[in-house]
Design a protein around this ligand. Structure first.
Ligand code: AMP
Length: 257
């Protein structure tokens, strides 16, 4: 497995690759959710490329960025075991040589909803870094989790709108046996809070309405950012012990995005 800390080395290597390239962008602190994307990527392509980059432009709170878990050595061992060919670990200065002076704007129709509404600048940061990464990797396919659904549909829209030559492959959410969606942020929870956090999925799947689901969460001491339904799915974001968790589930067999 090649690990590229500078883009120059990767660009040279990329010119030498002739087969199909699959790409999984991540912010590291890897878990089985990420590995499910990697496994699919490896199966469907000749070369599997993963990036690990904690993207500063998508964090609207400095404290959240600072405490975001970083576990590079373990991540690399997991990717090596997972049969990944190339890992890009670029620096922020190489990714943003002119600071964050140019950025993309999401569709206003989604910009007022959920993550975009509660984390100003989040979708701009995601779109901007993903466009940069797509131009760096030149992948045939790129793999994104449904766990971050608003991010997924925003990237799909960006690819359509700007005619980007990459196929986006959505991948289902991987959960703990308790139902808790796997997330890097779960590492920041104590063992007791992790048990408690499974209540998020229970409320999402058992609340008869969004108001019911919110009520269940509040009764269980979650601080709720939102419970909303769009595109045949129910979405939630809530804080537990100061850690912000998100999840979503289909509410009908027809997805409508
Ligand atoms: P992140 O490192 O959180 O930016 O996530 C990188 C990619 O992994 C994104 O496409 C996420 O949607 C995806 N991902 C994160 N958690 C899960 C999960 N539990 N199941 C499936 N995909 C996930």
């Amino acid at each position: 497995m090649h690990v590229w800390n500078d883009l120059g080395g990767w660009f040279k290597r990329r010119r030498e690759i002739s087969g199909n390239v699959g790409f999984v962008p991540t912010m590291g602190a890897l878990h089985r959710g990420h590995l499910s994307l990697v496994e699919r990527c490896r199966k469907e392509n000749d070369i599997a490329v993963v990036s690990i980059f904690v993207n500063p432009s998508q964090f609207n709170e400095k404290k959240d960025l600072e405490r975001y878990p970083r576990t590079l050595e373990t991540d690399l061992a997991m990717l090596r075991d997972g049969g990944v060919d190339d890992v890009l670990v670029p620096s922020a200065s190489e990714m943003y040589p002119n600071g964050y002076s140019l950025r993309l704007e999401p569709d206003p129709a989604v910009a007022g909803l959920m993550e975009a509404a509660h984390r100003p600048g989040f979708l701009q940061g995601v779109m901007t870094v993903v466009l940069k990464l797509f131009n760096i990797v030149h992948a045939d396919r790129a793999y994104f989790g449904e766990k971050d659904y608003q991010q997924l549909i925003t990237i799909e829209a960006m690819v359509r709108e700007f005619f980007l030559p990459v196929k986006i492959v959505p991948c289902p959410t991987v959960r703990e046996p308790s139902g808790l969606a796997m997330s890097s942020r779960n590492m920041l929870l104590s063992e007791a809070s992790r048990q408690h956090a499974a209540g998020l999925y229970r409320a999402l799947t058992t609340g008869a309405t969004v108001d019911d689901a919110r009520g269940i969460l509040e009764a269980e001491a979650f601080q709720v950012d939102y419970v909303e339904e769009h595109w045949g799915r129910r979405f939630v974001a809530a804080f537990l012990d100061g850690i912000r968790l998100i999840d979503n589930v289909p509410t009908s067999s027809v997805e409508n995005r």
